[in-house]
Design a protein around this ligand. Structure first.
Ligand code: NDP
Length: 254
């Protein structure tokens, strides 16, 4: 088979949670450019509609669904809406996430719960609902983890985030092992620093460590990670499951 054709996502339906900005918006464009029909799933519906307009103006099929992934019942409602609008879901991208930059002693119980509600519980509800529907026809689930699951960020100001992303990596492996017999591949992308609203890479508190001291001495743009997501979503990665794909400009080398 032609190598490039294995990256083709024509006819596939993809959901991108948190697809209305940052990395998720770039992932939505990358998946659409590879041929997928894309659903943008986030809370900020007006912004989601703007992303959908940009996608449809470029000739792609897309829709927006207003969803708060922290609500356990929201995942099935999301999948129902996408199935009705675009067809059964082949690719589910768990990208929605939140971070707090605060020292451990300043993390309140409410903030700790918020981070886990979005990064772990919301991801779990979505993965379980998508996996249930993929049992009979296969599919791909991609979770966005982080290098924060593997190293402790310097300066050390993200305890809840680091712990939540470690949970994402281990959950990815558990689901991959359990669902491989059903033709469902589950992998995680672990990005390094990417310039988005979440990562204030120019903040003087963080820049010396995150950027100046990193091998490539820069953050990624969201668009730079799009091709990796297309690879993970497509047949090009047909033998890959349970993998944590690190794309960090060498940050974790030292
Ligand atoms: P942003 O803050 O730019 O985007 C977060 C997205 O998640 C938004 O689209 C937001 O939309 C959505 N979201 C947040 N809460 C919810 C919710 N309860 N329900 C539905 N959607 C929600 O961050 P990034 O683009 O940087 O991050 C994307 C992912 O990449 C996250 O999982 C993050 O942890 C991960 N990551 C980011 C890195 C970076 O350096 N930027 C590095 C490593 C990992 P809305 O508020 O409208 O719902």
């Amino acid at each position: 088979m032609n190598v490039m054709s294995q990256f083709d996502l024509s006819g596939k339906v993809a959901v991108v949670t948190g697809g209305n900005g940052g990395l998720g918006e770039a992932f939505a464009h990358a998946l659409a450019e590879a041929g997928a029909k894309v659903a943008i799933a986030a809370r900020g519906h007006a912004r989601s509609l703007e992303v959908v307009k940009a996608l449809t103006d470029a000739g792609h099929r897309a829709m927006a669904v207003e969803v708060d992934v922290t609500q356990p019942e929201a995942a099935d409602a999301l999948l129902d809406e996408v199935e009705a609008g675009l067809g059964p879901v082949d690719i589910f991208l768990n990208n929605a996430g939140a971070c707090q930059h605060a020292p451990a002693l300043e993390v309140t119980p409410a903030r700790w719960r918020d981070i886990f509600d979005i990064n772990v519980h919301g991801l779990w509800y979505c993965a379980q609902a998508a996996g249930r529907r993929m049992q009979s026809r296969g599919g791909v689930i991609i979770n966005i983890g982080s290098i924060s699951a593997m190293i402790v960020n310097r300066p050390q100001m993200q305890p809840a985030y680091n712990a939540s992303k470690a949970a994402v990596h281990q959950l990815t492996k558990s689901l991959a092992a359990e669902w491989a017999p059903y033709g469902i591949r589950v992998n995680a992308l672990a990005p390094g620093y990417v310039k988005t609203a979440m990562a204030p890479v120019d903040d003087p508190r963080f820049k010396p460590r995150w950027i100046d001291d990193a091998p490539m001495q820069r953050a990624a743009t969201p668009a730079e990670l799009g091709p990796t997501i297309v690879y993970m979503a497509s047949n090009a990665s047909s033998f890959m499951t349970g993998s944590i794909v690190v794309v960090d400009g060498g940050y974790t080398l030292w």
